[in-house]
Design a protein around this ligand. Structure first.
Ligand SMILES: *Cc1c(COP(=O)(O)O)cnc(C)c1O
Length: 691
């Protein structure tokens, strides 16, 4: 939220009953200058016994128009989340933020919280989340008596972790110079006032008591509260121009790119820019996010591990997060996998798998050279993973460096490689001999290639069920079953690259489950850490692991990076697995799948939509220039960036892959948010006309 929309301070306390209301009244009265000062209590509990609004009206000598009454009013004198639950209500921070932002600019607000900064307001958010969302600095009201140093420093620390500015502390009760000095020193904060017990408590006695307060930093119009609040976020123009001067972005033509989006905050499915825009993260930040942004549970897991230790060499040390994560992954993964090798990201997880497979054969005395991969594959950007990927514009500059692989047909049913249609085929694209109508190009089927390279195939490397970057191609599960059976028949290894599909994205924990198959090697990354930190994991069977056990040092798997099994990443991964279980995330993905199918399938009637595909939490719309020929050229050339710009204008972050638009939201997206997202895609696609 920008400063002009809503300005003021948020009065919070180190505890409930510390005197926030009297301090708020004092602030309203003292700050009333030539700017209009208004008071708001967004959440009032215990309305029968307490009426803070009335107290402020009397003590602050307010006229009714100075008091803003809207918000949540609850009967029970308990924590907001309990009071709301008792009243059958749910407190929605969005509603409160909307109320605030609807106020005319130019006013200065004294907003009073309920309880302390870390009281829950609903099943997900704390009061501190509301403070952060309103974007105003906090005044912390503390007791002056014993125990206050601890409570106050904890509150200040929590506020700073959320990047809330701190305008100062007010100490209530018998003045205590030692405590005041300690709070200022250790809390790096200014005590802007002290408020002794007043008898009688009247507007006049309150006015006298607050005459000595140093409120200059709070005055409407004063730019920065004292001491300066942390995280002064750069203004939009300055961040974009600083970026333009020093940063080189991935997959980006820096000469012609549009200005990057300056993101300052994330929460749930939303990202916020520093110029106040809100964007729904429709592709999970390049497919990594599953539980939403800045999730309190994951934040806590990360902070806890950071407070213990952040990293240690993993060649000859071990630690609880790495061991516990390996145990959990193996318990969840398809049967037969029994070892976890950690690396840094998706590409390295694949690179490790390929090297592991190659050396597996070498350690057994066999020389094998050929990897079989699929057309439309994407396995990463390091040289090995890139060699395994489909040749494309993206790999062309590196062609001299790439090694040869054998590329088999992918089961891309909308553009069937052997000229069949799904309703009448038996996945002939996998098999060597024709069954039924004679398939075209039968010599490029997986079985044909396995036959040709019999005895020389290191492994068959695939993205099970959903080929991602190569065009969001959804498989019939029969193809996946064939891959496993064929690898067995031709005595080679099956490597499943589940960097994208792992952790529920296709509706199962792992995509291999769709055909109940177990690979020999499984590659994981992306959602492994719920989008928090880079981490790769390559899982292998006993048979593979044992081929490396030897008195001969030459059989060791000589591969490693600086950051394998990073403890921070492992700790977040463990917390993410807990969340997947505790939030019944796979049920949620099933709901997303139904809604995507219902919402996107009708688009097939549009002249520009060739295919609609849905699997789990991914909905895909393939645009064509001509439905008859399925030609993707013409007006579709370069359509991705144009669509992307239009979606961003509408508040939706999508990055179409050329002519393929897809929605892949974090699992925490609500039905309404998903409905809105689908509507944006429908509206934008409906406006396209084939030329
Ligand atoms: C993204 C991706 C990779 C590469 O992962 P990075 O972390 O980007 O290196 C590998 N395989 C698949 C299937 C992917 O989607």
């Amino acid at each position: 939220m920008s400063d002009d929309a809503f300005r003021g301070v948020f009065v919070t306390g180190t505890d409930t009953g510390v005197g926030k209301t009297v301090v708020s009244a004092a602030l309203v009265a003292a700050l009333r200058g030539h700017h209009r000062v208004r008071y708001w209590k967004p959440i009032q509990t215990g309305i029968e016994h307490d009426n803070d609004t009335e107290t402020v009206r009397v003590l602050g000598a307010c006229v009714p128009a100075d008091i803003y009454d809207a918000g949540v009013r609850l009967l029970q004198p308990v924590s907001p989340h309990l009071a709301a639950r008792a009243a059958g209500q749910a407190i929605d921070l969005d509603d409160l933020v909307t109320l605030a932002s609807a106020q005319p600019p130019g006013e200065f607000w004294v907003v009073e919280g309920a309880g302390g900064a870390l009281v829950p307001v609903n099943g997900r958010d704390l009061m501190i989340d509301l403070i952060a969302r309103l974007g105003v600095p906090a005044v912390v009201v503390a007791r002056s008596s014993l125990g206050t140093i601890n409570h106050t420093l904890l509150t200040l620390d929590a506020l700073r972790r959320r990047s809330v500015g701190i305008a100062g502390v007010v100490m209530v009760g018998e003045p205590n110079g030692d405590n005041r000095e300690s709070i200022e020193r250790y809390g790096d904060v200014r005590v802007i006032g002290e408020l002794p017990l007043l008898r009688p408590l009247t507007p006049e006695s309150l006015h006298r008591a607050t005459e000595s307060w140093t409120l200059a930093s709070l005055e409407p119009g004063s730019s920065s509260p004292q001491p300066p609040a942390p995280s002064p976020e750069p203004r939009p123009s300055s961040l974009a121009s600083r970026d333009a001067a020093v940063v080189w972005h991935p997959y980006t033509q820096m000469l012609t790119r549009p200005a990057p989006l300056p993101i300052v905050r994330g929460e749930g499915v939303y990202l916020y820019t520093d110029d106040g825009r809100r964007l729904l993260d429709g592709t999970s930040s390049w497919w990594v996010n599953i539980h939403g942004h800045s999730h309190p549970v994951l934040n806590a897991a990360l902070a806890e591990q950071a407070a213990r230790f952040e990293h240690v060499v993993f060649a000859n040390c071990t630690h609880e997060p790495a061991v516990a994560l390996a145990e959990r992954l193996l318990a969840l993964a398809p049967r037969g996998l029994s070892r976890v090798f950690y690396s840094d990201n998706g590409s390295t997880a694949v690179e490790v798998a390929m090297k592991m497979a190659l050396q597996y054969w070498a350690n057994r005395g066999a020389t094998r050279r050929t990897f079989i991969t699929l057309h439309h594959a994407y396995h990463g950007d390091t040289v090995g993973a890139m060699s395994a990927s489909e040749l494309s514009l993206f790999t062309r500059p590196f062609a001299p460096l790439l090694f040869d692989v054998a590329r088999a047909h992918a089961p891309y049913c909308y553009r069937c490689p052997v000229g069949l249609t799904r309703d009448r085929c038996h996945v002939e694209c996998a098999l060597a001999g024709p069954s039924g109508p004679a398939p075209l190009r039968a010599d490029e089927t997986l079985e044909a290639l396995l036959e040709r390279h019999a005895g020389d195939t290191v492994a068959v490397l695939i993205e099970p069920m959903l080929q991602g970057a190569g065009g969001m191609i959804v498989w019939p599960r029969e193809y996946l079953a064939h891959v496993r059976a064929l690898c067995d028949r031709y005595d080679t290894l099956m490597i499943a690259d589940e960097v994208l599909t792992g952790f529920g994205r296709t509706g199962r924990m792992f995509a291999c489950e769709h055909a109940a198959v177990s690979p020999d090697i499984l590659c994981l990354s992306k959602a492994l850490t719920a989008g928090y930190l880079p981490l790769g994991a390559t899982l292998a069977t006993d048979a593979i692991y044992e081929a490396f056990l030897s008195a001969d040092r030459g059989r060791t798997f000589f591969h490693g990076h600086s950051f394998p099994a990073n403890p921070l990443a492992c700790a977040v991964a463990l917390a993410s697995l807990d969340l997947l279980r505790d939030t019944a995330a796979l049920d949620r993905v099933a709901g997303i799948e139904r809604q995507l199918a219902d919402g996107l399938t009708p688009l097939l009637s549009l002249p520009t939509v060739g295919d609609v595909r849905v699997i789990g939490g991914v909905g895909i719309v393939e645009l064509v220039a001509d439905k008859e020929t399925k030609a993707a050229g013409g007006y579709l050339d370069d359509i991705g960036p144009r669509l992307s710009a239009e979606f961003i204008r509408r508040g939706l972050l999508l990055r179409p892959l050329g002519n393929v638009i897809y929605i892949m939201p974090p699992f925490v997206i609500t039905d309404d948010e998903l409905q809105w997202t689908i509507a944006q895609v429908r509206d934008v696609v409906s406006a396209l006309t084939p030329s």
